[in-house]
Design a protein around this ligand. Structure first.
Ligand SMILES: [Zn+2]
Length: 148
């Protein structure tokens, strides 16, 4: 039976590398696999570090994942800043793999993981002397079921 357990965590990750932009935007296809592997490892460690600083979490069995891309339009970023939702979702496949690797998700198959809101927003231009809050993919996992 599927019941909402109300468990929810929010974790901040780096934006995907540019190599995960759709083919043809930056570089060539062979770089894609390498970028995906690097980003998966990066997200794994971000999730592990997050877990060390929070209450222990059993893996989410059936979950909804929300993605909030936030990036700066003032700074020149070496990361992929998606402008459409489909590409944003595709570029975070390694992030989802990293969440599984880190033990936060049981799996990222469609039966067990569904998408919640996916948003893309940019910082307004910063005034001089104003700090930049940084660019990130903010991931919120919500457990919507815990049946095995
Ligand atoms: Zn900024």
């Amino acid at each position: 039976m599927i019941t909402d357990t109300h468990r929810r965590v929010t974790i901040r990750f780096a934006l995907p590398p540019r190599g995960l932009a759709p083919n043809g935007s930056f570089g060539f296809w062979p770089g894609h696999a390498r970028a995906a592997k690097a980003y998966r490892t990066e997200c794994f460690w971000d999730a592990v570090l997050w877990a060390r600083n929070h209450e222990p979490q059993a893996p989410f069995v059936i979950a909804e994942i929300a993605l909030a891309f936030v990036y700066c339009q003032t700074r020149r970023l070496r990361r992929y800043c998606p402008t459409d939702i489909d590409n944003a979702i595709a570029a975070t496949k390694p992030l989802r793999d990293g969440l599984v690797d880190a033990g936060l998700l049981v799996t990222d198959t469609a039966q067990r993981l569904r998408f919640g809101s996916v948003t893309i927003s940019r910082h307004a231009r910063h005034r001089s002397g104003e700090g930049c809050p940084g660019s990130a993919v903010v991931v919120t996992l919500r457990e919507v079921g815990n049946a095995a």
